[in-house]
Design a protein around this ligand. Structure first.
Ligand code: B12
Length: 139
């Protein structure tokens, strides 16, 4: 996301998604919202995976998802967010419901581990054209 300079979270996610058979377009760190939206329009990914760890994720995430859901071309795009959603440690779980209510298909707080995210990956359409777009913010 736009405010987030951390990148190893993005590398980790790319490797994980590729290991699960996905094709990844890693947009990198500090990506402006309009670039994320333009890349999603251009690439039509099966899913947009947002990573955030700098603590601003619950704010940056709300701003981004509202723009995505108000775009007719992206209203149905699967979009998930994960990482350190705030600065409250395990208390970050409180942000998940708000992020999902705003339009994310799921929000994964880092403390909860990767099992639920793995289930999400498994739920994506199977097939050779599978493509996962990833971007980071606070990741
Ligand atoms: C290295 C580092 C930096 C480097 C980053 C270099 C780079 N280009 O990557 C530098 C020095 C630039 C940096 C800067 C800052 N950092 Co920093 N940084 C770290 C540090 C030490 C390690 C991060 C890392 O590489 N981890 C390795 C990766 C693989 O792990 P990860 O990021 O945690 O990701 C895992 C999970 O979060 C999860 N995950 C992440 N994303 C997603 C997404 C999905 C979908 C899912 C399912 C899971 C998931 O899976 C990953 C694997 O387990 C952490 C502390 C720590 N030990 O984690 C602080 C930390 C992330 N930084 C922090 C902060 C506050 C900052 C600064 C604001 C400091 C400052 N005052 O300037 C700035 C922010 C800069 C910015 N604009 O974003 C805080 C964030 C606080 C919070 N969220 O509670 C941390 C946690 C340190 C702390 N304990 O306070 N940082």
């Amino acid at each position: 996301m736009s405010s987030d300079a951390h990148m190893w979270n993005l590398v980790f996610l790319q490797l994980l998604l590729e290991e699960r058979g996905g094709e990844v377009i890693n947009l990198g760190a500090c990506v402006p919202d309009d670039v994320i939206i333009a890349e999603c329009r251009r690439n039509r990914p099966d899913a947009l995976v947002v990573s955030t760890v700098n603590g601003h994720g619950h704010l940056d995430g709300l701003r981004l998802i509202r723009q995505i859901r108000s775009d007719p071309e992206l209203a149905d795009l699967r979009v998930v967010i994960g990482g350190k959603l705030g600065i409250r440690g395990s208390g970050n779980a409180r942000y998940s419901a708000e992020l999902v209510a705003a339009g994310f298909d799921a929000a994964f707080e880092a403390d909860a581990g990767l099992a639920e995210f793995d289930s999400f990956i498994g739920s994506l359409q199977e097939g050779p054209s599978r493509e996962l777009a990833m971007t980071g913010k606070g990741a």
